[in-house]
Ligand binder design. Sequence first.
Ligand code: FAD
Ligand code: NAD
Length: 402
Amino acid sequence: KKKPRILILGAGYGGMMTASRLSKQLGYNDAEIILVNKHNYHYQTTWLHEPAAGTLHHDRTRMRIDSVIDTNKVKFIKDVVVEIKTADKKVILEGGELDYDYLVIGLGSEPETFGIPGVEEHAFSIRSVNSVRQIREHIEYMFASYNNSEIKHEDYLTFIVAGAGFTGIEFVGELTERIPELCKEYDIDRKKVRILSVEAAPTALPGFDPELVDYAMSLLESRGVEFKISTPIKEVTKDGVILASGEEIKSKTIVWTTGVRGSSILDKSGFETMRGRIKVEPDLRAPGYEDVFVIGDCALIINEEINRPYPPTAQIAIQQSSTLSKNIKALITGSGNLETFVPDIKGTVASLGGKEAIGIVGSKKLYGSSASTMKKIIDNRYLYLLGGLPLVVKKGKLNLFS
Ligand code: FAD
Ligand code: NAD
């Protein structure tokens, strides 16, 4: 009898953890497991604000996939997914196609532009190793260009971060660490450099604990960040941004962090989506499909308490991998009912650069270095789940208190 084939698309938090768990839970003869990803490495999306600003080398955030997964049990294919053809139970790749018996979609997210003109053409985004390398290089290029020009272009030294959600705030925090270093290196007065955080809502980090938001904003302001709150951006041009008020702010660096939507592959493949995400069944299958599971930023689940979607996070993607792998095993071995996914949100911790962070863990509020230590513990915990102690030693944030 032919072994059923489990095809996992995307080697992010969801895809990697699913591959890792299935390789432990299933025997050789139970199934064939294939993992497809764009690159031969896995990167930790949750660290990307650091290499984007240049405070951490990007190699620290990535690892070769075949160095982490059990290649005896999981076959890795480096290729780009183009479309999913559920009617034929196959996936079209740039370099070929693959059939499946069970499909796991873990292709992550894309920047939400809300159709705002100019974003795609003129703004940067924090979404992959390659995208953040470009941001880091561009920022440095602006410093170099400023110095090597007779006319002093102030817009070269104006850095705009659109959206003060968690990604925007974490990136701004790293910038406040990096900019002084660049000022020193290029002999530029720090006062000449502007870092702007532009947010549409009446506060930064809308919905988060107000005390922690105040702490974060005051700290970042004391490091020279200018907040423009209740200030939606309505257009991005090659010269800067245009605010809803009509005012223009000139800048050559706009980093767009106004939220995410699910991979465009889902819409393209004919799935019904909300902001590009599939509202999954309790067992994490796509509605109407027996054999298609969705994980991470591609999956939408509702928080019944407030009747709104949970924000997509790595925390949820990792938790989903546990339910999802058990459910696939149950289908393959024919052993019983499928489990319902119940998120268990432990909290939220966000870094502010250096030794600073804010967070809520359980019902406890954390500030400063205790929050920053907690953030590193969370990062290390993931590495432990994925590759045990050796991976923590190799890739972890070991210096917990500095
Ligand atoms: P991802 O981890 O993004 O992985 C998707 C994978 O699919 C990637 O490897 C990509 O290369 C691959 N892929 C995409 N398209 C294709 C294709 N067409 N073909 C082949 N492969 C493809 N969440 C938290 O819980 N805690 C945090 O502290 C936190 N911090 C964050 C900080 C930043 C700066 C950002 C941007 C996000 C943060 N998040 C955090 C959110 C978190 O990163 C995401 O929710 C999480 O990465 C989702 O996991 P995923 O597996 O769905 O997708
Ligand atoms: P987000 O949706 O959390 O925040 C986007 C922000 O952009 C919002 O505050 C929104 O009001 C603002 N905005 C929208 N349109 C705008 C406009 N035209 N002009 C100005 N501002 C505008 O998105 P994100 O920060 O990209 O985060 C994406 C996901 O990743 C979220 O689910 C988040 O929880 C998660 N994340 C978590 C962490 C953490 O836990 N430490 C860190 C980063 C991201």
